[in-house]
Design a protein around this ligand. Structure first.
Ligand code: PEP
Length: 247
């Protein structure tokens, strides 16, 4: 089970205290067989990673550029993230797809770059509310998975996050049956492409300590990608400790 926190564009050096509280409590999650990853804003990655070196918590980036270096003002490569101590990177988050017009093809290049840089790629997919209302959620996610996973992908360095766009930051979540249906669908897609390697499938979208136990108990839910509730150690650990025992 993997619980990954996405701090988005939140945090400043004072957030390192909160991260320290997460480090201090990471052994509680580890005792349950739950791995923790925190993806702070880029400016905090090196400091977080320095603090996390001997702890049971990994650090990740929120995005990377497809290229290893070059004239791309404002961008950060997977190699740079890795050099700062990151072990994971989120690619294709719906906020990147919406705010920056990222396509499946670009997300696939970023996932490839992540693995070239030695990082585990957390690839995000998920339908909009209109797509779900139209009955297209399963087809949309299939298309996104096919388009966002590069041909060269090593499944051992992949985590797939299903994040319905309409559930992110809204307090709304799909029904448990809908989560189960989508995760079974994603499992079947991943197993047909990577029959020998099990890939972790995370659910993301308004996961909180209060709903985590129910969501994390769903078949084929191997963890959560958490936005708002990952900013506070008590909430983040509350989610991790709600996971069914795997340790
Ligand atoms: C996210 O940003 O990936 C996310 C799931 O956000 P939230 O938990 O706030 O809905």
């Amino acid at each position: 089970m993997l619980i990954a926190g996405n701090w988005k564009m939140n945090g400043d050096p004072s957030s390192l205290e909160e991260f320290g509280r997460m480090i201090a409590r990471a052994p509680e999650a580890a005792a349950k067989g739950v791995d923790l990853v925190v993806c702070p804003p880029a400016v905090l990655i090196a400091k977080c990673a320095d603090r996390a070196t001997v702890s049971m918590i990994a650090v990740g980036g929120q995005d990377c550029h497809p290229d290893p270096s070059g004239a791309h003002t404002g961008d950060i490569s997977a190699e740079m993230l890795a050099a700062c101590g990151a072990r994971y990177v989120i690619v294709g988050h719906s906020e990147r797809r919406t705010d920056h017009g990222e396509t499946d093809a670009l997300v696939a290049k970023k996932a490839e770059a992540a693995q070239r840089g030695g990082l585990v790629a957390i690839v995000c997919v998920g339908e909009t509310e209109a797509e779900r209302d139209a009955g297209d959620a399963l087809a949309v996610v299939k298309r996104q998975i096919e388009g966002s996973l590069p041909a060269t992908l090593d499944p051992a360095g992949l985590v797939l996050a299903y994040e319905p766009v309409w559930a992110i930051g809204t307090g709304k979540t799909p029904s448990i049956d809908d989560i189960a249906e989508m995760h079974a669908h994603i499992r079947a897609l991943l197993e047909s492409r990577f029959p020998a390697v099990p890939v972790l499938i995370l659910y993301g979208g308004s996961v909180k300590p209060g709903n985590a136990a129910e969501i994390l108990a769903v078949d084929n839910v191997d963890g959560a990608l958490v936005g708002g509730a990952s900013l506070k150690a008590d909430d983040f650990l509350g989610i991790a400790l709600a996971a069914p025992n795997h340790g």
